[in-house]
Every structure is written in structure tokens, then in C-alpha cells.
Design a protein around this ligand. Sequence first.
Ligand code: MRU
Length: 367
Amino acid sequence: MKIDGTPYRSIWPVATGEAVRIIDQTRLPHEFLTVDLVSLEDAATAIRDMWVRGAPLIGATAAYGMGLALHRDASDAALEKAYATLIATRPTAVNLRWALDALRNRLMPLAPGERAAAAWQQAGEICEEDVAVNHAIGGHALTIIRKIAARKPAGEPVNILTHCNAGWLATVDWGTATSPMYQAHDAGVPVHVFVDETRPRNQGAGLTAWELGRHGVPHTLVVDNAGGHLMQHGLVDMVIVGTDRTTATGDVCNKIGTYLKALAAHDNGVPFYVALPSSTIDWTVSDGLREIPIEERSGREVTHLQGRTEDGRIETILITPETTPAANPAFDVTPARLVTGLITERGICAASADGLAGLFPERAAAA
Ligand code: MRU
């Protein structure tokens, strides 16, 4: 998408096999900084420390990380080490495993001398596919937005609430939840987005607000606790969120707080949609609450806040008593029964085993 008129992606190769460039998302929205990843260790650090984040971008970065590793050593042992290093970086987003499995399956049968180039090419293909898939997701969701717009007084925007950042920064381009927002806006369908700040890391305040603003999409930042109130007062027409892992039965794991938004939407009759590429479906899992590993992050993300001082320094400050213990589960699971529909690259389906199997019969049959 565009930053002040210039098109960008969240990741792009700069030297075949040797370097891939990313945007350091820990510096946004205060500083736009790109970083070149040149080794397996760089790629693993970028994912683990959340310079890059969001399920699809984690997968894409891991794919390039495999290419960087094999550029130096393409032996079987190096391939397995790269797989093990990258898979251990973050536990919840299943796109990481999806991308690494795809690479390992294609690369292992090749002669070592062919692997680095093949890995680099496959990483590029994963990125291109991600862009196409997210564009398709946006197109399907746009039909829902148009229907809601048709029921509203002419010119009144469709109010969409979103949580965390399922934007182009979380993917390679377009985003999942944001793709329909960009497509509606670009097509002249008036939309307005309520952006949840998304404590503790504030991906909504720092990333979603930044990218929507840079592209010119009208939006308003709200604290995480405001969603229920907005819905009670008829101010939200629909919710669209992303997901880090969706089960074969339609349970949706996403950033902590998503479940509460789904409950409020259910109570107020607000449609609650989840936008996802099929790479985010975990066909091996049917019970989201019990089977999806929930990342537990440092309590420091809860007790401290990062921001920019008046004189332009990026600082981290303590907001609690020094000894306050904090828990920090990073994701939660929204049961399928609270989800109005899953918006995928193949269309929209019910959040259920039948719904997903209807759109992806070959994947459901293979599982
Ligand atoms: O911890 P993060 O920032 O990686 O979490 C990201 C999310 O929860 C997104 O909503 C999800 O990955 C969907 S991204 C298209």
C-alpha cells in the first residue's frame, strides 16, 4: 500500500540470496526505518523480537530466512537447523509452520547446490501469493461492505471496527482485515474505521492507525475497552479482524482481546467477520481453546509503555508500581459460534467444519 503516495511492501529482497529488507515495526509510528536481514540469525531475531509480526509476514520472513541460511550452507543439517531455529521464534501464528513446511518439502529432495536459489525463489512466490490472496480477500469482503453501505443514508460511511494490526504491515501487502477497507476507500465507498489501540503492544495505535492514515482511510483510535459501548450505541456496522490460527472447525485465534469484541458484537447483533488467507487455517486442529499454543510474552510489555517524548526521543516508561507482577497472554480464541463468517481468498463461508470444507475440499480431505 501507499505511504504518502509511494507504494510499499512490508518485505522485499535487495540482493538475491544475500539480503531481504524489512520495515522495523518496533520503531513505528515514530520512525520509518528499514533493516536488511542477511543471515538466519537476523531473520530469527526479526521475528522473535517483532521487528516483523503478523501471521502472514512471519511466514514470509521465515521463508527468506531459510534462503539466507542455505546461501551459506545448503547441507541437510543446515536445512534442519534453519527449520528448527525459525519454527521456535513464535508459537501461535501457524503461517510460520506452513511456510517452513512448504520450503522443507520442496528443498530436501534437491541437490544441496540447487537449494539456496530454490529457497529464494520460493520465498518470492510465497510473497506474491500472499499479495494476490489478500487482494482476493478484500474483493470478497467488499461485497459485504457495499451491501451495508446500500442500507445507509447516502454518503454515510460504513463503520468498521478492527483489532490489532491485520494490515499490510502484518502481511506482504493489502493486509487481511484492512484489504476491504483499502479497496472500499479506493472505490469511493465511504468507510470509517474504529481502530482498537490493542494493549499491550499497541499494534492498533502504532501500526493500523499509521498505515490507514498514510493511505488516507478515515479512522478513529479508541481504547480497547470502548468497543462494547460503541456497539451498544449503534456506531459499529461490522467488525473485521485477522487471525493467527483458525481451526478446521472455525475457532479463531487472534490477538488478545478479540474474544471480548466478538462477545460484544454477538450481544449487539453486529456482524463479526474474520479475514484470513487459507495458510492461516490449521487443518490438524479442531478445538481452538485446548489445542492452540498461546504465546505468553514478557510482563514488561504490560508494565511499560513505549512512546515519543515532546523533544522527539523514543522512550520506554514504567506505568505500574515497580514490583507489580504482570501476566501477558498474547492471543485468545474466539469460538466459531461467535463468528459471522470467514472471509478467505476463495470466498466467504460459515465458521464451521462444513463451511471450510466447502471452500477447501482438497485440504479438508487431506487432513
Ligand atoms: O503479535 P502480533 O502483532 O504478531 O499479532 C498479530 C495479530 O494478531 C494479527 O491480527 C494476525 O496476525 C492477523 S495478521 C493478518
